[in-house]
Design a protein around this ligand. Structure first.
Ligand SMILES: [Zn+2]
Length: 326
């Protein structure tokens, strides 16, 4: 099953993605002599482009096949991804970086973040939640999520030893939204439970977004419920697959993940055959980012199991949404 939306537009986007990818030695080696013109339909795309696993991606870096090399545009930057161990890296042009930040801004808006709000980000500096949040955090970025939404971000490192500082920010800055990495939930819940301060009384939180990369547990239902109770705000999940530059946030009404089909082509694949599964059937989520011009990630198979629905969401949002198995 795939999220195609308007299929002519989708095929044109896929063809462009393949054409960009074929400039990189890694992808040319994977598909042989095929040209992007061979992609005339979504079915062609699935038939010509083999699914890409994290192991292959890592091997591509090890063999120095993923560097844009002589084809590099002058505006290419590399950003390390640390959720995988050993880490993988992504290559982003300035244009791709801006579009990636736009996806994050959409996640902020769908979580209910309002212009003028202070926003606490409790995550590592190499997380896209941080480097896409503001041009002040990433020198290559012109307009981060904060500038797009009109917010003031306050960043605090996601390490457990910085939990105390997150409490200080909650107490003194009084943010209207919090974004934190999944493994920061338990330390924060513990400290909030221990403290006798009337912290919650002064808070007017609208949203708490907990992010999980595909290599982390998707969500900790008990931890989220406790955090919601302690902070007096809804807690939702933002799912990432950093190796594919993917982000989607959970709808507060349906619990499904809204997917931007103009930015991502998403499929669900049978875990054994890696063939597309039927509509509504669980499969491994595979992602093709459509905005990357210097990074040949096509049909990246994530560690996430999901079912795809093209019929729109109960909240009224049109387009594709995903339900996850966790
Ligand atoms: Zn929805």
């Amino acid at each position: 099953m795939n999220a195609s939306g308007d299929s002519r537009k989708t095929v044109a986007r896929l063809r462009r993605a393949v054409s960009n990818a074929l400039r990189i030695p890694f992808m040319r080696g994977r598909v042989g002599g095929v040209s992007a013109r061979r992609i005339r339909s979504i079915e062609d795309f699935a038939a010509v482009i083999p699914p890409l696993t994290i192991e292959e991606l890592r091997k591509g870096w090890e063999e120095n096949q993923l560097s844009p090399g002589n084809d590099a545009r002058r505006d290419v930057g590399l950003i390390a991804q640390t959720a995988h161990d050993p880490p993988v890296y992504v290559t982003l042009s300035n244009r791709a970086l801006e579009l990636y930040a736009e996806v994050l801004a959409d996640c902020w808006l769908s979580a209910g973040v309002l212009a003028g709000s202070h926003v606490l980000i409790h995550d590592y500096g190499t997380s896209p939640l941080v480097y896409l949040a503001s041009r002040n955090f990433c020198p290559y970025l012109k307009t981060g999520a904060a500038e797009r939404v009109g917010c003031i971000p306050v960043c605090n490192d996601g390490l457990p030893e910085f939990t105390e500082r997150a409490l200080h920010i909650l107490r003194f800055v009084r943010p209207r939204a919090i974004f934190l990495r999944g493994d920061a939930v338990t330390p924060l819940v513990t400290r909030l439970s221990e403290t006798q301060e009337k912290l919650r009384r002064g808070l007017e939180l609208r949203a708490v977004l907990v992010s999980s990369d595909e290599v982390m547990p998707l969500r900790d239902n008990r931890g989220h419920a406790m955090l919601s109770g302690l902070l007096g705000a809804p807690v939702t999940t933002l799912v990432r697959a950093d190796a594919a530059l993917f982000m989607a946030s959970e709808c507060a009404k349906s619990g499904r993940l809204h997917v931007r089909t103009d930015r991502y082509f998403v499929e669900t694949l049978d875990p054994t055959s890696l063939r597309p599964t039927a509509a509504g059937e669980l499969g491994m989520l595979a992602i093709t980012p459509l905005f990357c011009d210097a990074y040949p990630v096509l049909r990246y198979v994530t560690g996430l199991e999901a079912a795809l629905d093209l019929g729109g969401c109960v909240c009224g949002a049109a387009g594709a949404s995903l339900s996850t198995s966790a």
